[in-house]
Design a protein around this ligand. Structure first.
Ligand SMILES: [Fe+2]
Ligand SMILES: [Fe+2]
Length: 373
């Protein structure tokens, strides 16, 4: 293959860096500079067949890869255009990993909007990248039409959440209808395929805050379905779940995705997100009072120990109670690279221990969602 852009050492392979070997899965690397390209190719070379291409070169590499790794400045419109130009081919890869140098919401949102299945912010970390690639063909290959449909639903929803976070970060109006429509699609998927498949698919594709929003929305919908709520209430539930953590767009990712314990200052900053989300959303027409209430109060507890308003008992409405249980459960079962995923039964046990904080009959009703749906 002579079409790939030549890059400097350490990748010197006959003036090209496409080194596909049949025994190893092919990873396609795209970068906006030769330095970045050679760094990633050198990191992956020992384990994978690597084909590299600079974004400003013609899109000429011919083989469909198992995985794609992209490292580029996503605030650069030329880079975005170059990635979009390759979109049809990239979509065929099971894993599309974006390495984003600036750990900011706008860049990460942009990566998801461009089709990322995983975004790794910060400097190149070889160990994390290799772990993320694992077997690049991944568990979804070959994909059945059912899993492909689920994957599409996850990507649509993740893109809606990404665009929501971008709007907050840039102070732009929110696409309220688009976000609700993505929530409706999740509701359709879960009605058809159940919760378990949704949780598995989301955790395979996403990390961090987006994964959390997708999990909470799925769990909340399934909880609503199991309780037999009507269509209008189900719509309120999924909209509240989609929007519930929107205020986190104003909190640095370094804190949101911190692996260790938060210090008191960081904790205080995190606890600003319900009011930040409420303040942002209240300026929008088609956000109902129930949704605003849920966004502001999803960290309140029946015993008055929650935040931001220390509400207690009857002042916490039903939608909030359902959302809070779903939110805690989803946070416990999230998949993070730095910690093992908590089994659903163990997460339900944690909920059962929060006796003064959560409504007991609702926690009992949640058992089916947590363990068997
Ligand atoms: Fe929250
Ligand atoms: Fe949350």
């Amino acid at each position: 293959m002579r079409n790939a852009r030549t890059i400097p050492a350490p990748i010197k392979r006959d003036d090209s860096i496409e080194t596909a070997q049949p025994a190893r899965p092919l990873v396609h690397v795209l970068a906006d500079s030769s330095d970045k390209l050679s760094g990633i190719c050198a990191a992956l070379g020992p384990r994978f067949a690597v084909a590299g291409e600079r974004l400003d070169a013609g899109a000429k590499l011919s083989q469909v890869p198992s995985a794609v790794v992209i490292r580029a400045e996503l605030r650069d419109v030329d880079n975005i255009a170059a990635i979009k130009k390759r979109a049809a081919k990239l979509a065929k890869a099971t894993k599309r990993i974006f390495l984003v140098e600036h750990a900011c919401h706008v860049c990460i949102s942009q990566a998801y909007a461009l089709g990322a299945t995983l975004v790794l912010p910060g400097p190149l970390n070889k160990t994390t990248l290799l772990a993320a690639l694992g077997d690049p063909a991944g568990p979804a290959a070959p994909a059945s039409s059912r899993s492909t449909q689920l994957d599409n639903a996850v990507e649509t929803a993740a893109t809606a959440i990404a665009s929501m976070f971008t709007s907050v970060t840039l102070g732009q109006p929110l696409d309220v209808d688009g976000t609700k429509e993505a929530g409706r699609k999740i509701a359709d998927r879960i009605t058809q395929h159940g919760l378990s498949e949704w949780l598995t698919t989301v955790r395979r594709h996403h990390e961090g805050t987006y994964q959390h929003c997708l999990l909470v929305t799925g769990v909340t919908i399934d909880f609503g379905l199991s309780l037999g709520v009507g269509r209008t209430d189900l719509e309120r539930l999924y909209a509240a779940a989609m929007f519930h953590d929107i205020g986190k767009a104003q909190i640095p990712l370094a804190i949101l995705d911190k692996a260790g314990r938060l210090d008191p200052e960081e904790r205080a900053l995190i606890e600003t997100h319900p009011v930040a989300g409420y303040d942002f959303l209240k300026g929008h027409d088609r956000i109902s009072p129930e949704i605003l209430d849920a966004v502001r109060h999803h960290h309140e507890y029946l015993d008055g120990s929650g935040y931001p308003d220390a509400l207690a008992g009857e002042s916490i409405n039903d939608i909030v109670r359902i959302l809070t249980i779903s939110d805690i459960f989803a946070a416990l079962i999230e998949h993070r690279n730095y910690k093992p995923t908590m089994p659903r039964a163990e997460a339900y046990h944690v909920l059962c221990g929060m006796t003064e904080k959560l409504e007991k009959p609702l926690v009992r009703a949640f058992k089916a969602v947590a363990l068997s749906r």
